[in-house]
Design a protein around this ligand. Sequence first.
Ligand SMILES: O=C(O)CCC(=O)C(=O)O
Ligand SMILES: [Fe+2]
Length: 316
Amino acid sequence: MIEQFTEAQVQQYREDGFLIVENLIGMDAVEELRGRYDRIFDGQHDLVLWPDELYWQKGRDPEDAHRVLAGLWRVDPVVARHTFGGPFARLACQLEGSSSARLWADVAMYKPEGGKPFDIHQDAAFMCWVEPVWNWTCWIALDDTYADGGTLVYVRGSHKWGPQPAPGTTQITRETMEGWTDYVRQFAPEGEEVELVPLEFGAGSAAFHTGWIWHGSGPNTRPGNIRRSYSVHMIPAASRHHPRIRHRAYSRYFPPGRRDFDDDFFPVLWSEDGYRTPWLDEYADQEIPIDAFSSEAVLTLGEDQIRVEPWATAGA
Ligand SMILES: O=C(O)CCC(=O)C(=O)O
Ligand SMILES: [Fe+2]
């Protein structure tokens, strides 16, 4: 396990906008996560809470879509153990020069064989609901990745090209196999090439990236290849909610007028001074929850704990 990066690695991250770290997590973790993904994306999951964002559902959406689920930790305590216990926050803080990291979302992605591209984008362009706009990510491969296998692709150095407005719609997936890098080309400064860097490495390897780097993923045209990945997205602990710009999923966690982030909904994973949200380990150890809509709910309470005529004993 890496303890910290060298000064040269930090400089490389700041120049390129990303840094590759091979074998960041072990194969045991990879296999456990793959198992959870296969359940989640097969629809036979035992998830109780709805994720914050879910862009694909089995049976409803095309099989060849690039599948995305955000807010994994709320949904699956097994995955939460990895999000909360992994080295992502501590290492990323060194690269970004931040003294703390708060989780805003952990995201599962699953690109099946024949899967569609994920359009090129700047994550930070979707983060203007947070003040200041400062976010970063650790992207972890759960399968070996290949240039023709729909892997993540960075445009080297493109964070220095400045903030650009998001294209408008969500742009999470596109219908066609081509054209997914087109949008960025208009923003390359005069004389600079759009250097696409596909991540090609083994499962368990990862890349850290900064909020304004342009990135996306192409089609998975590689026979027999599945591309599963895990993104841990972070912001500084002291971030605040913008007074007016709202996120369709995450702004729900802010009661009217509240601007600071509540640890109960966005836990702090790491701080230089040692602070971490206290319940992280306890949460990951919980038993798999029971769905309130399942028959198990009434059966779990049983007649002992249920009164159909509560008034009979009220105030007694
Ligand atoms: O894995 C992908 O295809 C896209 C991932 C991404 O955009 C991210 O992690 O920020
Ligand atoms: Fe992204």
